[in-house]
Ligand binder design. Structure first.
Ligand code: SF4
Length: 328
């Protein structure tokens, strides 16, 4: 159980509206995904964060692997992952992740991690090892990483990870800046934005992605401001989903945002120029990530074909690893 020191002791969990209800996970595909994760001793954020989409995703063999253990060094008020002193890094983890991707025949995989403020590199080298193992064992699988903020170690961490060339680099802003002291107390809003900006500075071919949860008490104009900030940092893909309170010890849900409101916010985000937007009550960073990646890639290619003035970068295949300059 998390040590949520910045939230009131207990907040009763509000009953979810009808549009949030999801089916219980009972399918054969769900059971197979679960067994594979257990056999390979892999943690998933699907389970650790009590994601409502687990039945649907695991049935389709989509799982988000959580590397670097299941104990986080932070204690965010929205997150269900355990807090404490993490165990040693598992040297076999990269190979196990690659085995899972190969056995599941994944077209796209999402890798995330707990925060590891205890490690000298914040866990960046494990991300690199996982990416390299995936490239070797599952060369056709596209790779999306969802990272912590690498507080105090960001520059070196980003350089190392960007050199390993994930296809998508995701780092969530989670909420509007006003709510950081209570919801995300260990992090800084502008540091997270800078992180995503730095990814593009390191390698403009990498797609960047970020998300926020709605229903924590944010105001509409604050959401618009976050969108503008993200566009200023050249973030390609925005996700917005409903915050759900995992336990009475976590931050309470202030509002259930309706599907219509999510649609309206999605339209505003598209008008602001994101290449891809996912906005619905059940949207999570990794929900439908593979399909969304394919659409985002197509959107970039269409924009470039039209002579779009942003992201004048070649598709990844045109890159030569020895030549860091994009083709003209
Ligand atoms: S949305 Fe993401 S975290 Fe949730 S079950 Fe699907 S893959 Fe897992």
């Amino acid at each position: 159980m998390n040590d949520i020191s910045n939230t009131p002791a207990r907040e009763p969990i509000r009953r979810k509206p009808d549009w949030i209800r999801v089916k219980a996970p009972v399918s054969k595909g769900y059971a197979e995904t679960r067994k594979l994760m257990r056999d390979l001793k892999l943690n998933t954020v699907c389970e650790e964060a009590a994601c409502p989409n687990i039945g649907e995703c695991w049935t389709k063999k989509h799982a988000t692997v959580m590397i670097l253990g299941d104990v986080c060094t932070r204690a965010c008020a929205f997150c269900n992952v355990k807090t404490g002193m993490p165990r040693m890094v598992d040297p076999l983890e990269p190979e196990h992740v690659a085995t899972a991707a190969a056995e599941m025949g994944l077209e796209h995989i999402v890798i995330t991690s707990v925060d590891r403020d205890d490690l000298p590199d914040g866990g960046a080298s494990q991300f690199v090892k996982v990416i390299n193992a995936l490239r070797t064992r599952a060369p056709n699988t596209t790779i999306e990483i969802l990272t912590p903020d690498f507080r105090g170690k960001m520059k070196d961490a980003l350089k190392a990870i960007c050199e390993a060339r994930p296809d998508v680099f995701n780092h969530n802003l989670e909420t509007v800046p006003r709510l950081y002291p209570t919801i995300r107390p260990g992090a800084r809003y502008y540091a997270s934005l800078r992180l995503l900006e730095e990814v593009k500075a390191n390698d403009p071919t990498i797609f960047t992605k970020s998300g926020i949860m709605l229903g924590l008490g944010e105001q509409r104009l604050e959401i618009h401001q976050v969108m503008d900030d993200m566009r200023s940092a050249d973030i390609d893909f925005l996700t917005m989903g409903q915050y759900l309170q995992p336990t009475p010890k976590h931050a309470k849900v202030e509002d259930f945002v309706t599907p219509q409101q999510f649609n309206a916010l999605g339209s505003i985000a598209r008008a602001k120029g994101f290449l891809q937007v996912a906005s619905s009550p059940l949207t999570r960073s990794s929900y439908h990530a593979g399909d969304d990646f394919a659409e985002m890639k197509a959107a970039r290619e269409a924009k470039l074909a039209k002579g779009g003035d942003t992201q004048k970068v070649p598709s990844k295949r045109q890159w030569n690893r020895e030549d860091e300059a994009p083709a003209a």
